[in-house]
Design a protein around this ligand. Structure first.
Ligand code: FPP
Length: 257
């Protein structure tokens, strides 16, 4: 006999709490990045439309963001829509844009309650006007929050970000009549993630092991963790599992250790 929803939920919560207990809170990754993948396959496996996979993925976003904030992470960056994603069918693109708006409409109060600062990254001026307006509203509403910084990458591409940084540097040079002093650290100030540490940990769902043009400059020494779980099934417990795996890694940054 299937467990009732209430009884069925208890072991899962207990397992999440047990996984959380094993996380060393003194050695948390400062910045975690996530490539949310597998929405379409999750839907297909259930005989559903792809867009239903995206809709189910919003619950995974909600739970992961809250779990990250409760754990005390400083920054979480979610890859929600790439520049390449515009080539998907118009209906799917429209649904994804609408889901972002709906998430912000329903969740912004909760972000504030959890002290989460919302920050979209990417070529935002290329997004539909109503999406830009929703993003601005949530940025404003969460501007005073000092806990987790939640970056959501929209119309984002890693190479485009580096090109945009080069353009900003060129514009600054023209304005000032001199190229700004540049090293790797200073170059980071021209990227979308300025002010944030590089991601320590990059998670990708659905079993794929590719960077797919995400945070190319910033992930030079990022630890990669892949799970076969499709994004709509991902929950905070999976985030904690990824962090446990990260805490077991030996990061050498090219040195002998
Ligand atoms: C990849 O799965 C997922 C996306 C392109 C979109 C991710 C968007 C969401 C989870 C919802 C909205 C986001 C927020 C922040 C509220 P896929 O479609 O490429 O899956 P497939 O590889 O199985 O086809």
């Amino acid at each position: 006999m299937p467990a009732s929803p209430v009884l069925g939920a208890i072991p899962e919560e207990a397992e999440t709490a047990e996984t959380l207990r094993r996380v060393d809170r003194t050695r948390l990754p400062l910045h975690v990045a996530v490539i949310m993948d597998g929405n379409g396959r999750w839907a297909r496996a259930r005989g559903l439309e792809r867009i239903e996979g995206h809709a189910a993925g919003v619950e995974a976003v909600r739970d992961t963001v809250e779990g990250a904030a409760r754990l005390g992470l400083s920054a979480l960056t979610l890859f929600a829509f790439s520049i390449e994603n515009w080539s998907r069918p118009a209906e799917e693109v429209a649904v994804l844009m609408e889901l972002v708006r709906k998430y912000l409409r329903l969740e912004t109060d909760n972000l504030v309650a959890n002290d989460i600062r919302f920050w979209p990254i990417g070529r935002l001026h290329g997004l539909p006007g109503p999406v830009q307006a929703s993003l601005e509203e949530s940025v404003l509403a969460t501007a005073g929050c000092r806990g987790l910084r939640l970056n959501v990458a929209l119309n984002y591409g890693g190479r485009a970000e580096i090109v945009d940084a080069a353009r900003r540097i060129a514009a600054r040079a023209l304005r000032d009549g001199a190229v700004p002093e540049l090293d790797e650290l200073a170059f980071g100030d021209f990227l979308e993630t300025r002010g944030l540490p590089d991601p320590d940990l990059m998670i990708r769902t659905s079993g794929e092991e590719r960077l797919s043009n995400f945070l190319l400059f910033q992930s030079a020494y990022t630890e990669f963790w892949s799970t076969s779980t499709y994004w709509p099934d991902f929950r905070r417990r999976d985030l904690y599992e990824a962090i446990l795996a990260f805490q077991g890694r030996n990061r050498r940054y090219g040195a002998l250790r």
